[in-house]
Design a binder for this molecule. Structure first.
Ligand SMILES: [Zn+2]
Ligand SMILES: [Zn+2]
Length: 259
């Protein structure tokens, strides 16, 4: 409406054409107007039917191809000689045609506007629904994140507890190990002292402190059996016998077993 009013131009009434009418236009008795292309196409066969309202246009002057910007000569002569009431009648009918076209265009624009408003409302509603859905999703996700955080905190707490317990156990273990070590050392010392009090000063883990102490220690081992087979002096005989049976490094282990 606004466009046609501002431009003072009618639009083709052919469905979905809406071309601005310029030059020549086809106008009908049912007050419709068409562009030159659609008019010449639609009204070439008879009986002609209006493409806008389906009225039959069979009268001689029901369809007129008119020049929209007539020449000065035409305007000077077309109504010349007619009585004033006839001139006014013609003008009134022409204005009625124009008013009808403007009214139709206005109705069309209002219809388009209301349809667009409905579409906008539908879109708004859809967007609102989507937003609500997203808000809900977001809320659910936030809840999930917070619960997962809680679970993580719980795990962290448990981990630190376990780590603390492990450290405590480690401390206890170290203490026990220390106790065990000291006890073992004491036992060893006691055993050494006991050995020293008996005839074996060499002890369990050490070689004989002096060559002089060795023969008596070795003499006790084999209980003197088979000593008569050897011609060596008495203290040396068992020593020679054991040298045959065991390797040198095992001697310290073998003697305490026999003892
Ligand atoms: Zn057209
Ligand atoms: Zn019509």
């Amino acid at each position: 409406m606004a466009t046609s009013l501002c431009d003072d131009t009618l639009l083709c009434n052919f469905p979905k054409c809406r071309t601005k009418l310029r030059g020549f236009a086809w106008v009908t008795a049912c007050s419709h107007a068409f562009c030159d292309q659609h008019g010449s196409c639609e009204f070439s066969h008879s009986p002609a039917v209006c493409p806008a309202c389906s009225s039959t246009l069979s009268g001689k002057l029901d369809i007129v191809r008119t020049e929209l910007s007539p020449s000065e000569e035409y305007k000077a002569m077309v109504l010349a000689g007619l009585r004033p009431d006839v001139v006014l009648d013609i003008g009134t009918r022409a204005l009625a045609f124009w008013t009808y076209q403007i009214h139709q265009e206005r109705l069309y624009q209002e219809y388009s506007l209301s349809r667009s408003e409905v579409q906008v409302k539908q879109l708004e509603k859809m967007l609102n629904q989507q937003n609500q859905t997203r808000e809900l999703d977001l809320g659910a996700m936030r809840g999930e994140i917070s619960s997962l955080k809680k679970v993580m905190e719980e795990y962290k707490r448990k981990y630190s507890e376990v780590a603390e317990r492990l450290m405590e156990r480690n401390r206890q273990y170290q203490k026990l190990q220390g106790l065990y070590d000291s006890l073992r050392l004491r036992n060893m010392a006691v055993a050494e002292t006991r050995h020293a009090h008996h005839q074996h000063p060499a002890g369990v883990f050490r070689p004989p402190p002096s060559p002089r102490a060795s023969p008596p220690f070795l003499a006790a081992g084999p209980e003197g059996d088979g000593s008569s087979l050897f011609t060596c002096p008495e203290p040396v005989r068992p020593h020679a016998l054991y040298n045959i049976r065991t390797p040198l490094r095992d001697r310290s282990r073998v003697f305490p077993q026999n003892y």
